[in-house]
Design a protein around this ligand. Sequence first.
Ligand code: ZN
Ligand code: ZN
Length: 226
Amino acid sequence: MDVKKLILPGACFFCLKKVNHAWCADCEQDFILEIGRCPVCARKNPYNDICGACLKQPPYFHRAEILFNYQHPASHLIKAFKFKNRPELARCFAERFTENLTIKLNNNNRILPDILLPVPLHKNRQRQRGYNQSLEFAAQISKHIRIKVNSTLCSRIKNTDPQSALPMSTRKNNVKGAFCLSDETIPKHIAIVDDVITTGSTVDELARLLNKAGCETIEIWAVTRA
Ligand SMILES: [Zn+2]
Ligand SMILES: [Zn+2]
């Protein structure tokens, strides 16, 4: 599918039907599926239970929420969001993400995080792309649930190779030492906001740092998980 051909404002990204959203309700059936996931890392898990990977080596974060699976056709939306200069897709992602989240929060008496922390890009990469897609997503979420976005608490000091270009085995090392925290007070409960979680190494490295600095509860909120 040629993504560029499909981008029209006011039309469904997939079938071109006229809609006031990035995709239509029919097409959404193909990618926002109710499937079981690990409550900690959001990997697919039909039993809705903590997965083997999290049992073996628990991550530094405590919970992950995602909107959809990184699979065809939704993967095209993410590629457009990241690489085809479509930051406005964040609005549609955030709308659906917060709808789902609000239901979960109400059902489980969960407490909202103190801040949203978008995964920072290295300044060189941000300059190339012109925007940080995780910050766009966080800013849109913040409009719906009124939690402040903090984009100054953390910066990316290592311009790492894109995780997607690396074999799984080297991704953890690639992000080691990639982030640094400012001297601001660290809130006790933080949601790290990201676009795509692949192995989880990037968000776990950031969570490790926050945890070391005294953050007690760390959630990951992402558009999608591979
Ligand atoms: Zn459609
Ligand atoms: Zn897990």
